[in-house]
Design a protein around this ligand. Structure first.
Ligand code: NAP
Length: 256
């Protein structure tokens, strides 16, 4: 990845931040976007210390086309080419059944996980296609493959991400741009804290008695997928912790 340009959305925490550091360690230029600029700048500082060729930050809200277009205009002041795009920004809000679901939660999940991926991809494709190379790595979820109670909107959003990935791979056939999805299960990041709107105790309970994936586990998978030879495309990867045999089958150690 030496001197390659890697654009990562949602790089201010969790998988995105860990992915920035994984690519930094292999000498890439990392271009980082998210809404919280101070957090992004701290990730960029760590990326420079880890060996990034460069680390650049700019505020990005994937729920706004204007913000995405401005972000990509700024990106083009740094480089004409993006080698790897990691569409990672997203997450869940609430765990309400449909009967009591909230419009604002549903709308935000669709805006980030579905429309955000479409917007950022549309704006980045010109920086790949004309160079006849590139790799788009979308971050889905096992929630996009198996539904669970209280997850209707999030599962729908991640199922949407999976189908966007599949459609895009067909559309880009012959361009030499690869398209992959990496779909993790339980991973301990800010994900549950955000889902439960700052309720730390409820967020911690999600990981009670389990050894979940870490952000670094997922980042390592993203880096591995991106570093296969150009003729190899990892279409879809499901990554779960050993304690999670299936979405509802989680091995929790009893409290001692
Ligand atoms: N953790 C899990 O168990 C798990 C499992 C499967 C899939 N995922 C998916 O993995 C991805 C990363 O999640 P994570 O676990 O690393 O959670 P996280 O720690 O909460 O990170 C989410 C990132 O997305 C960014 N983000 C959210 N809304 C955004 C917006 N509108 N515009 C730009 N950036 C936005 C956040 O940054 P700002 O708040 O600074 O904008 C943050 O950097 C998400 O797509 C999530 O759905 C997570």
């Amino acid at each position: 990845m030496k001197n390659r340009w890697v654009l990562i959305t949602g790089a201010s925490s969790g998988f995105g931040a860990a992915t920035a550091l994984a690519f930094a360690r292999s000498g890439a230029n990392v271009v980082l976007g998210a809404r919280r600029l101070a957090k992004l700048e701290s990730v960029a500082e760590q990326a420079r210390e880890a060996g990034a060729a460069s680390a650049s930050t700019h505020v990005l809200d994937v729920s706004s086309s204007a913000s995405v277009n401005e972000f990509l205009a700024w990106t083009q002041t740094l480089t004409p080419q993006i080698h790897v795009l990691v569409n990672n920004a997203g997450g869940a809000l609430g765990l309400d059944p449909v009967a009591t679901g909230k419009d604002e939660d549903w709308e935000m999940m669709m805006q980030t996980n579905v429309l955000g991926v479409l917007r950022v991809t549309r704006a980045t494709l010109p920086l790949m296609v004309r160079f006849a190379t590139g790799h788009i790595i979308n971050i889905g979820s096992i929630a996009g493959r198996v539904a669970y109670e209280g997850g209707a909107a999030y599962c729908a959003a991640k199922a949407g991400e999976l189908q966007i990935t599949r459609a895009l791979r067909l559309e880009l056939s012959g361009t030499h741009v690869r398209v992959s999805t990496i779909d993790p299960g339980l991973a301990e990041t800010e994900f549950s804290f955000v889902r439960f709107k700052g309720d730390e105790a409820r967020a911690a309970k999600v990981y009670d008695g389990v050894t979940p994936l870490t952000a670094e586990d997922v980042a390592e998978a993203i880096h591995w997928v991106a570093t296969r030879p150009p003729h190899v495309c990892v279409d879809e990867m499901i990554l779960k912790c050993t304690d999670q045999a299936a979405i509802h089958k989680v091995n929790r150690k009893p409290k001692t």
